[in-house]
Design a protein around this ligand. Structure first.
Ligand code: FES
Length: 248
């Protein structure tokens, strides 16, 4: 069977299922309508049957290669000079930089705000002590910034003893007057300067403190007199107003 005959037969069978026409009517219509078209297309394209079918389906959308018309968008476009493009680029870069700078500033400010000590922390940084509650000759231990602080109400005998020491013989030479604001009140951070133990009060060979960790002896001025500790006990910041002492 020729190609035209095959196509006519296919069209005949398809039409029969879709329209319900009689076989004779379909055959007559197919022979009259399809065959000339097939002949015309066959003379134009010498291609495979599949390509031929494809051409037939596409024939309603395109007239042929090179027939498409691309519309012009010239009315919708603007002509830009090189200067205007450069100015726009600079503007965008500047705007982006300003936004980034503002964001960075905000982040740093928030970070520093969180890192700053709050009011309650600052309040805890100072500790108030009622000195009238500490008898002469007694020592109290308070907690200041997480550390022990010894407050010793010295007797006159202890004051005299502290001032009688030849400071040149001390491991950490320091006279007693430079370690106190009022002779009767000695205030020291209660941490051994060797490795950080808390010394025992009213103990040791010099009547002050003794650190049992490695055997350091401190006198009634908190100065190291014997043992491995290299320095005197630290004096914290404090103020005395009447009977009130504020440490910190
Ligand atoms: S820590 Fe006090 S003597 Fe070593």
């Amino acid at each position: 069977m020729s190609l035209a005959g095959k196509i006519a037969a296919s069209a005949t069978s398809t039409t029969r299922f879709t329209t319900g026409l009689s076989r004779a009517a379909v055959r007559a219509n197919s022979a009259a309508a399809v065959a000339p078209t097939v002949k015309a297309e066959k003379s134009t394209y010498r291609a495979s049957p599949s390509l031929f079918k494809q051409q037939r389906f596409m024939s309603g959308f395109a007239a042929g290669p090179g027939s498409e018309k691309i519309p012009s968008f010239a009315d919708y476009t603007k002509e830009r000079s090189a200067d205007s493009s450069r100015a726009f680029t600079y503007f965008m870069l500047g705007a982006s930089g300003a936004v980034l700078t503002s964001a960075a500033q905000s982040s740093v400010h928030g970070f520093l705000t969180n890192m700053a000590a709050s009011a309650d922390v600052l309040a805890m940084a100072k500790t108030e002590v009622d000195l009238s509650s500490i008898p002469v000759g007694k020592t109290v231990t308070i907690k200041w910034r997480g550390k022990p602080v010894f407050i010793k109400h010295r007797t006159q005998e202890e004051i005299d003893d502290a001032n009688s020491v030849n400071i040149q013989s001390l491991p950490d030479p320091q006279d007693d007057a430079s370690r106190v604001q009022m002779p009767e009140w000695l205030v020291v951070v209660g941490i051994c300067t060797h490795l950080g133990c808390v010394p025992t009060t009213d103990a040791g060979d010099y009547g002050g403190w003794y650190c049992p960790c490695h055997g350091s002896h401190y006198d009634v001025s908190g100065r190291i007199r014997k043992g491995p500790a290299p320095l005197n006990m630290e004096i914290p910041d404090y103020q005395i107003e009447g009977d009130k002492m504020t440490v910190g």
